[in-house]
Design a protein. Structure first.
Length: 376
């Protein structure tokens, strides 16, 4: 929200970069701006249009666990906090237009293109969570009470589909949770790399369950716990001391047909033999992979990518924020898996590099390069 209030920051949302030309200090960027079907200069975000809309569809922000209307805003802290019409879901009933006292709704809006001149570009296209549907041993998509870590995050969130109450998808309260690590990560058939954030995210989620339900049983199934950040090992030990269980095994998941509970089957290396555990909810700690935006934008900009599809840095230590093209930098998980503190650190480094770039007289440098080429 601070960025929306900063006069020096122009937010262009609901748009795609379709062409980039030029070089460091003198980039020309063509942006395709998609219609909102709402005049955002008139809209005050009152929500009267939402109240009368008869259409409901799954809400992508809440991982499809909660419905939204055909006219909506993505979430309460969106910037700008204006409404958008989903034309694929809209039935053209006109009720939103009647409810809007500002005449802000315009269903005839069309896309348009805009040209920008910029000195540098920062790629911050984020990541995508691994889809575990293909890993049949976990029954994701087949069993209702097996969810991903992103879905679990929304369930635990006070602004989520259950207002933070621990209720699983079939409507029953959660008293026991199993969190399975390395789903899609450290796996030769999917992604061989570690996704870095999953271990601590699962511990955080488990602690939230224990705070909501002090009697709840939380078990983390893992390959290796990688608590390598500042304070991470201490949090891991404290969680274990507080009653969170850690089992070094990756189980298969079945279903109790009577009550819908997931049943986990695994080889217990400590007790010996095969163990079966029934829980209320299974959470899959899905790894990170490059987003569609990372793939598309890196191709458009002509950036090198690593073997896994992330944007390639110029040096693993000294050039973590620099891409293969001068004047184009990066920040966050477009460069590889990382958590929020590391993303913020890299973003700060990127801002510093852009500041250094802008402190130079790029016009004089460009003229000098032309002179050198002429002299040669």
């Amino acid at each position: 929200m601070e960025s929306a209030k900063n006069e020096k920051i122009v937010l262009i949302t609901n748009a795609d970069v379709v062409a980039v030309n030029g070089a460091e200090g003198h980039f020309r960027v063509k942006v395709k701006r998609h219609p909102w079907f709402v005049d955002i200069e008139k809209c005050n975000g009152c929500g009267a249009c939402v109240d009368v809309c008869p259409v409901t569809v799954p809400h992508e922000w809440d991982m499809d666990l909660k419905p939204r209307k055909a006219i909506y805003t993505m979430f309460a802290q969106a910037a700008p906090l204006k409404y958008l019409v989903d034309r694929e879901a809209c039935v053209d009933c006109g009720l939103c237009m009647q409810a809007c006292g500002l005449n802000a709704i315009d269903l005839a809006q069309e896309a348009w293109e805009e040209d920008l001149e910029v000195g540098s570009i920062v790629v911050a296209t984020g990541m995508r969570s691994f889809d575990p549907s293909g890993m049949k041993q976990f029954r994701y998509g087949e069993q209702q009470n097996v969810v991903t870590n992103m879905e679990f995050e929304r369930i635990c969130n006070a602004a989520g589909p259950t207002q933070g109450e621990l209720i699983r998808p079939d409507g029953k309260h959660i008293r026991s949770v199993a969190l399975i690590q390395c789903v899609g990560s450290r796996d030769r058939e999917n992604h061989p790399y570690c996704s870095f954030f999953c271990c601590m995210a699962s511990i955080k989620g488990g602690r939230l369950v224990m705070e909501h339900e002090p009697e709840a049983e939380v078990t983390v199934f893992f390959n290796d716990m990688r608590a390598c950040g500042k304070g991470f090992e201490e949090l891991y030990r404290r969680s274990r001391d507080d009653g969170m269980k850690f089992v070094q095994a990756i189980p298969a998941v079945y279903e109790n047909k009577v009550n819908g509970n997931p049943v986990l089957v695994y080889e217990d290396s400590e007790a010996g033999g095969i163990t079966r555990v029934e829980v209320d909810l299974v959470v899959l700690a899905c790894g990170l992979e490059p987003s569609d935006g990372t793939s598309q934008l890196s191709q458009l900009l002509g950036l090198e990518r690593d073997p896994y599809g992330f944007v390639q840095e110029t040096h693993p230590v000294m050039g973590m924020a620099e891409t293969s093209r001068r004047g184009i930098f990066m920040a966050g998980t477009c460069q590889g898996p990382k958590d929020i503190p590391d993303s913020v650190t890299q973003g700060s480094a990127t801002a510093a590099l852009v500041g250094i770039l802008f402190s130079r007289d790029l016009t004089e440098e460009a003229d000098k390069e032309k002179e050198d080429m002429t002299d040669g």
